[in-house]
Design a protein around this ligand. Structure first.
Ligand code: ATP
Ligand code: MG
Length: 644
């Protein structure tokens, strides 16, 4: 272990330079369990990073004795970069998400639960496939696969095994869970939930292993603690039963993942769980101007269920929060794109601007506008609109109708939704297509005529072919109407509607948004050409690009300018959250969004949105009226006036 030398003490001072007294206290407190509980932008993450550097630099711990947990891989990467700029040797700090750290522990101990150390980690798509197979074997409709996957994930968030008494073993979800767990294990695979649960099991069953990790990790630091779930809590508690060496930072006002099993109770209960806790509150916000912060604070004050905090800035009020009403979604995207251009002229970098939306479907209108204006952008944490599975599926149908010899499109949708056209049938079609140098569609027609398949395949394939051909003849249909027919008659939409998961809801919203977009096109050819142009235009964008993302994925980040779009009742707060009585979490999401802004924050809302074929008048979001008027400017005139 290093000793404190004069040089190190110098470094010590260096690292602490510029921190305020409370931050400094949080960094140097090492002998007690520490909770830093404070509002957005007060330097929680900075404290965490500095603390790691401080411990290493002053010899309190070797890098390999420090475990730091971040919320996303991206946050982990950023923290690594910052750390390596402060001290050397940081590569051996265990820094990552709960999942990546548990994967590492599990790889070293996999034999203890009968997995090989080269086990695979499966993603949601694989989970859905596996659950689908099990449902099929049980003779249950596969349509519910996604909702079963969600149920299983929520159980795993609570560390509940299939034999947990709280699970009804006779229910469909319970039965599938048990089979799923056996199956995935026999494949030498684990899902994300397993990563934590298996490690917990290894710790429980092998006290010497647990002890080894307890001895190893002298200090454990956790960012965004308000969004940990029960399993993560149990895992931390095992590694640090009395909280020694534990430092957690978070903000109850930024708890936004309850729908994914996070429990804000973990942070609220912290002091009771760890008796030797010292709580540090940071009150000075270094990120935002006074008006932005004032507006955000006035909004979050409407939540009843919160601890409440003081938060202030150094007196520089900066720009007021600008709220602008748009006529419709198109107009909204135009207003935002124009403001981005204006700010760019005022030398704000594209990379310092972000458009934050509540739901993924909202990105489309912005993507098209940004492309039209030649503004470089990236969609963060989520696929670009036209890259999403459901959008590609629907477009593939339309391409196939327009041009039946488009074999890529044929291959994409011939069995979507599932209609019993499996790999064997596809192999035959491919063979025929190669042999006769014809398209897959032509091969299908030929083989149907010659009766070359078994009866069930004959039936479903010929229904598919007829469906595509009949729509191909309907020149009278607009692309929007045609798309609606595809979604209805193939059952694509009803399958999603019946799933009732957050994911299926998102997909449904995306499809509806595509239907809306299609209304701007009179014929299929123009639309298909438009899509290929849009898809092509997005290539080759460098680093200095506008970020387009959901509010959820903006957590922890900051930008000079933040555009918050779609502040309308039903969009934000989102309908589903209103129905589920989760308004306070929506408000926290609004607070997270606003507090990402350093200098400029803009909110837009549209008076009208087109949903399906109908214009719908939207009410402004209730959150707008909750912003304290002194920090806000309402703008109805043209965007440029504000800056000129
Ligand atoms: P969030 O709740 O959004 O995660 P946070 O509390 O983690 O925010 P940080 O991201 O650590 O806040 O800090 C916000 C900004 O303030 C960063 O740009 C950071 O560099 C800056 N900052 C924090 N503390 C100081 C300080 N003492 N002096 C100058 N800048 C600071
Ligand atoms: Mg942070």
């Amino acid at each position: 272990m290093q000793v404190n030398t004069a040089k190190n003490l110098d470094m010590d001072n260096c690292l602490l330079d510029g921190l305020n007294p409370e931050q400094r206290e949080a960094v140097v407190t090492l002998d007690r369990t520490l909770l830093v509980l404070s509002g957005a932008g007060t330097g929680k993450t900075k404290v965490l990073t500095t603390k790691i550097a401080y411990m290493i630099e002053n010899g309190y711990a070797f890098p390999s004795q420090i475990l730091a947990v971040t919320f996303s891989n991206r946050a982990a990467m950023e923290m690594k970069e910052r750390l390596s700029a402060m001290v050397t040797g940081t590569e051996s700090v265990w820094l990552g998400t709960f999942h990546s750290i548990c994967a590492k522990i599990l790889r070293s101990n996999a034999d203890l639960i009968g997995l090989s150390n080269s086990f695979t980690v499966i993603d949601t798509g694989d989970q859905q496939k596996l659950v689908g197979q099990i449902l099929k074997e049980l003779n249950i409709d596969k349509k519910i696969a996604n909702s079963v996957v969600t149920a299983i994930s929520r159980w795993k968030d609570k560390c509940m095994c299939p034999n947990d008494p709280r699970i009804d073993a006779k229910s469909i979800d319970g039965r599938v869970y048990a089979l799923y767990q056996e199956r995935i294990f026999s494949y030498d695979s684990v899902d994300f939930g397993d990563l934590l649960m298996y490690v917990i099991r290894i710790f429980k069953e092998n006290s010497h292993i647990l002890q080894k990790y307890r001895d190893k990790f002298k200090y454990i630091l956790v960012d965004e603690y308000q969004d940990t779930n029960m399993t993560q809590y149990m895992w931390l508690r095992m590694l640090s039963p009395n909280g020694s060496g534990l430092c957690c930072v978070g903000d109850d006002d930024q708890a936004i993942y309850s729908w994914r099993g996070a429990e804000v109770g973990n942070i609220l209960r912290f002091e009771k769980d760890f008796l030797n806790t010292k709580i540090v509150r940071l009150e000075r916000n270094y990120r935002s101007g006074g008006h932005i912060l004032g507006a955000a604070s006035s909004l979050i004050a409407h939540n009843e269920n919160r601890l409440g905090k003081t938060i202030w800035t150094d007196g520089n009020n900066g720009e007021k929060l600008l709220i602008q009403r748009a006529y419709n979604g198109f107009d909204e995207a135009k207003i935002v794109a124009e403001k981005i251009e204006l700010l760019h002229l005022k030398s704000v970098k594209f990379g310092e601007m972000a458009i934050l939306v509540r739901a993924g479907f909202q990105t489309r209108e912005f993507e098209e506008r940004l492309i039209a204006y030649g503004i470089p952008y990236k969609v963060v944490g989520n696929l670009k609109f036209y890259d999403r599975q459901e959008i590609k599926d629907l477009i593939a149908y339309m391409r196939l109708i327009y041009q039946p010899n488009d074999s890529l499109a044929f291959e994409r949708v011939v069995n979507v939704p599932k209609r019993g056209i499996g790999a064997a049938v596809m192999a035959k079609l491919h063979a025929r297509s190669a042999e006769r140098n014809i398209s897959l569609f032509q091969s299908a027609k030929e083989m149907l005529e010659n009766n070359e398949f078994r009866p069930t395949v004959m039936e479903s394939l010929s229904t598919f072919v007829k469906f595509i051909e009949s729509l191909g003849k309907r020149n009278d249909l607009s692309p929007a109407v045609m798309a609606k027919i595809i979604l209805d008659e193939t059952g694509y939409l009803s399958i999603l509607t019946n799933e009732r998961t957050v994911e299926s809801q998102t997909r449904e919203e995306n499809l509806k948004e595509l239907l809306r977009a299609l209304e701007d096109f009179e014929d299929l050819a123009t639309f298909i050409e438009h899509v290929s142009l849009v898809t092509d235009a997005r290539k080759n964008s460098g680093d200095d690009v506008v970020s387009l993302m959901t509010l959820h994925s903006a957590k922890g980040l900051e930008f000079d300018a933040v555009f918050l779009a779609g502040w309308e009742e039903g969009v934000f707060p989102h309908n589903m959250s209103l129905q589920e009585g989760n308004l306070e979490e929506e408000r926290r999401l609004a607070y997270v969004g606003l507090t990402r802004a350093k200098k400029y924050a803009f909110i837009t809302y549209a008076m009208n949105r087109k949903v399906y074929n109908q214009w719908q008048a939207n009410l402004p979001s209730r959150f707008l009226s909750e912003l304290s008027p002194e920090h806000v400017v309402h703008q109805k005139s043209k965007a440029e006036k504000y800056y000129n």
